[in-house]
Design a protein around this ligand. Structure first.
Ligand code: PNS
Length: 162
């Protein structure tokens, strides 16, 4: 059985992430969605909420589970016995950001990173843009899985600028 990790901040989870996880699941027997607790970025949603929203989004997808990543991704990959990290690419800027992380993770643990090209119809969706649109009162419901839009709006109402 082959396992892959789809890591990210998922702040918030978007339809683009769901697409990439489903594509990863088509290549590996099991996919662990790794929600980074200590991302270098300040998060809008607490990690427990990001995990809960992802669990709800993938509840009906066989072979996908969701866990928080507490430390280094390289250690998490070893712990869950994964053979690969899977990341989605929307364009060249994503690759430029991902390449050093892929090289560092291989340096740290020997794990390979597999890049998948997501659905072009979702290529405009980024968590940072979703938060920006929501912050100014724009509609985000068709950019994220069910439940996520309301969680983002509630967090923004709570005054955390994210
Ligand atoms: O969705 P993001 O924010 O682009 O995901 C980045 C993430 C969470 C994959 C990356 O920050 C990460 O792996 N964090 C865990 C800590 C770690 O291992 N850092 C070194 C990565 S080379």
């Amino acid at each position: 059985m082959t396992t892959a990790v789809c890591p990210g901040s998922f702040d918030p989870l978007t339809l683009g992430h769901v697409d990439v996880v489903r594509r990863a699941r088509s290549m590996f027997d099991e996919v662990v969605v790794g929600v980074a607790r200590n991302s270098s970025k300040a998060s809008l949603l607490p990690v427990e909420e990001r995990v809960a929203l992802a669990r709800a989004a993938f509840a009906d997808v066989d072979g996908v589970r969701v866990e928080a990543v507490d430390g280094l991704l390289a250690d998490f990959v070893r712990t869950v016995g994964a053979v690969a990290v899977v990341k989605g690419l929307r364009g060249g800027a994503d690759f430029d950001a991902e390449l050093p992380m892929a090289l560092m993770n291989r340096h740290l643990s020997g794990v390979e990173t597999v890049f998948v090209v997501g659905d072009q119809a979702l290529a405009h969706i980024a968590s940072s843009l979703v938060k920006d649109v929501a912050r100014y009162g724009g509609p985000i419901d068709d950019l994220v899985p069910a439940g996520v839009a309301e969680a983002v709006r509630a967090a923004l109402r709570g005054g955390d600028a994210g």
